[in-house]
Design a protein around this ligand. Structure first.
Ligand SMILES: NC(=O)c1ccc[n+]([C@@H]2O[C@H](COP(=O)([O-])OP(=O)(O)OC[C@H]3O[C@@H](n4cnc5c(N)ncnc54)[C@H](O)[C@@H]3O)[C@@H](O)[C@H]2O)c1
Length: 219
């Protein structure tokens, strides 16, 4: 089940996958909405095996108001934490009891290389992603013995549509920052999600995986 505040986008993604997939509108900043999403999954599938916590406050609106510690507004800071971190806390809070009761599962949280280092801007975003990495380890430590694994992915710059719309020159800029002959594609992230969701990663828990084309290795 695909949950997103963009209901049309979620419907399209589900249609692309096929009959097994469905879509539901949910707001990651709203506690009741998260509880409703968990209930909808249980209603349709009877269990929760995998959660991919992907939603985040990204895009031009966020970038232009999320800057240095001095210049970032308190409102932006709170919105970023509500969307990027509190949402994952709540999703796990309500879904984990069902995963534990069913014998386990896999949670994959989206962090960012921006959460693994400092920078001159995007303070709120980067700090939320560092918090996602911390929360990932707490969930792994608390529920690993019960069969629930929890890992995080830290992408570098990935050529998503929203990034291309905002920064048309992005592919050229991104290429300069990676130790790879090409820039990152959404499929690079999807493949890592698939690995961490599957039993192929059965002994991997509490870990954060960079998928950045060697970007951090070279900077
Ligand atoms: N694209 C990159 O270069 C990059 C780099 C590092 C990390 N990431 C992370 O990857 C994930 C996906 O980002 P993306 O680049 O594909 O952007 P995206 O905009 O395509 O995906 C983000 C999704 O979150 C949804 N969303 C936003 N606010 C929401 C809310 N309140 N409730 C429910 N859904 C909400 C959006 O509608 C959107 O579908 C994010 O966690 C992002 O931080 C992306």
């Amino acid at each position: 089940m695909i949950g997103d505040i963009n209901a049309d986008g979620a419907e399209k993604a589900a249609a692309d996958i096929g009959d097994a997939a469905s879509a539901v509108r949910f707001d990651a900043t709203d506690q009741q909405s998260i509880q409703d999403l968990v209930a909808a999954v249980l209603d349709r599938h009877g269990r929760i095996d995998v959660i991919h916590n992907n939603a985040a406050l990204v895009g031009p609106d966020a970038w232009f108001t999320d800057s240095t510690v001095i210049d970032t507004s308190v409102e932006m800071w709170d919105r970023a934490f509500a969307t990027n971190v509190r949402s994952i806390f709540l999703m796990c809070k309500y879904a984990l009891p069902h995963m534990v009761a069913a014998g386990g599962g896999s949670i994959v949280n989206m962090a960012s290389v921006g959460g693994m280092r400092g920078s001159t801007g995007l303070t709120a975003y980067g700090t939320t992603k560092a918090a996602v990495i911390g929360l990932t380890r707490f969930i792994a430590a608390q529920h690993g013995k019960e069969g629930v694994r929890c890992n995080a992915i830290a992408p570098g710059v990935i050529r998503t549509q929203q990034l291309l719309d905002a920064v048309p020159d992005l592919p050229r800029q991104a290429l300069a920052g990676v130790a790879s002959p090409r820039v990152g594609e959404p499929s690079d992230i999807a493949n890592m999600v698939l690995f961490l969701a599957s039993d192929e990663s059965a002994f991997v828990n509490g870990e954060v995986y960079r998928v950045d084309g060697g970007g951090m290795a070279t900077s």
